[in-house]
Design a protein around this ligand. Structure first.
Ligand code: ZN
Length: 92
């Protein structure tokens, strides 16, 4: 508020990793006048990686072993399906 020192406020907070994190918060300077205040941009430090695919901490969706396995499985199924389709075409 005094603006004599440019500084950063660090706070430790608990967040829900499955939810979108707000990029800013409203800092109200007056309880009587809610329009007095300013938007404060939030920078998150050390957010633990969380996978939205398998709902586990420790990695992101891009490197999810479960998702990779599932996609390999799906690809194989699709290949098998297309091979079967080709077999049918060849036999007719
Ligand atoms: Zn995962």
């Amino acid at each position: 508020m005094q603006k004599t020192r440019g500084s950063v406020a660090k706070v430790r907070i608990q967040i829900d990793l499955t939810k979108k994190r707000p990029r800013h918060v409203w800092l109200g300077f007056s309880e009587k006048d809610p329009t007095r205040g300013k938007w404060q941009i939030i920078e998150y430090e050390e957010v633990p990686p969380y996978c939205l695919y398998c709902k586990q901490q420790g990695h992101f969706v891009g490197t999810c072993p479960m998702k990779t396995r599932y996609e390999e499985f799906k690809e194989r199924k699709e290949m098998e399906a297309s091979n079967k389709g080709q077999d049918k075409q060849q036999s007719t």
